[in-house]
Write a protein that binds this ligand. Sequence first.
Ligand code: 1CP
Length: 350
Amino acid sequence: MSRMPTADAGDPPFLRACRGQPCDRVPVWFMRQAGRSLPEYRARRGSGSILDAIACPELAAELTLQPVHRYGVDAAILFSDIVVPLAAIGFGVEVVPGRGPVVAEPFRRPEDLERLRPLEPDLDVAYVAETVRLVAAETNVPVIGFAGAPFTLASYLVEGGPSRDHVRTKSLMRTDPVTWMALLDALADLSVASLRAQVAAGASAVQLFDSWVGTLSPDDYRQLVLPASRRIFTELGDLGVPRLHFGVGTGELLSLMAGAGAEVVGVDWRVPLDAARHRVGPGHAVQGNLDPVTCLAPWKVVAAETRRVLAQAGGRPGHVFNLGHGVLPQTDPDTLARVVDLVHEEGTAK
Ligand code: 1CP
């Protein structure tokens, strides 16, 4: 029996927009909408490791819902992190405050593949599914599950932490493509297992974050990364939920990314949405793409830029309003609330 849900007019605007259907308003949510820009987040989070907060379903559910309540956004993104499955299988990943994921013993040689065992979601990350269930029971807006894409996860494993140039990652890719492809395959399996468990628990869309893939040329991306990302989307196809695919600095990769199989392609602020629509082609929705730095400007500027993004989306179906990357911690929450109101009042998708 097919589990494919039928899309009807009663579906939430976010899901309709993902499928390219007209809706009464342009849906909006923000990448990294939970987190340090919210005083209620800072108050509730304390100073422990974010991985501990994620492992506590009541707390993670509350942090997921904070921006939904404050901003009136059209989707809740699960409070979690892309490195959660890696930490759960014991690869030795910590998330250091102010820095990000750090790996004590980075991936450097073929033998390191043995450290990547498959994820058993029920045993390894039962708390993630529980958080999804709690959130889905509490809100009417769709819950977005997410995972890291193989390239971006590999970049943390190989570099040992955040990196600007990804020198070691690209070097491994070029010097030992066999180990590289095996690494990406193992990471793809982790993300598929994690995303399937999130959907089974009630997530109604999934986003694959390939945040740092914009560091690659189109040829490298096509040969050494796209096959693994494409397999993830293929293996989620039977779930019938919208799939979103996002990276930063991907102007030259957008058409290839569209070929990976997601319904929605996320776009950063560098590519105007009309050009982005052209690059991803018909049959795909776009998501984006207000520059997060714009949100630090006076409201007059933010409003003008928000209207520019709406104009470049062309008032047509298949646009999910978002930032071009995550909310910056120094953003005034009131600004984001006003952006949501403006998009809801003025955005059209007929
Ligand atoms: O302790 C803290 O509060 C630290 C900040 C923080 C937060 C709030 C980190 C560390 N992760 C998160 C949560 C998180 N991470 C969410 C939850 C949803 C939300 O905030 O609304 C999501 C979706 C992520 C995804 C994530 N983690 C990505 C992909 C999205 C993106 O912004 O590009 C990446 C690259 C990470 C790694 C990561 N985790 C944390 C940081 C600071 C980073 C980036 C480090 C780097 O620059 O490489």
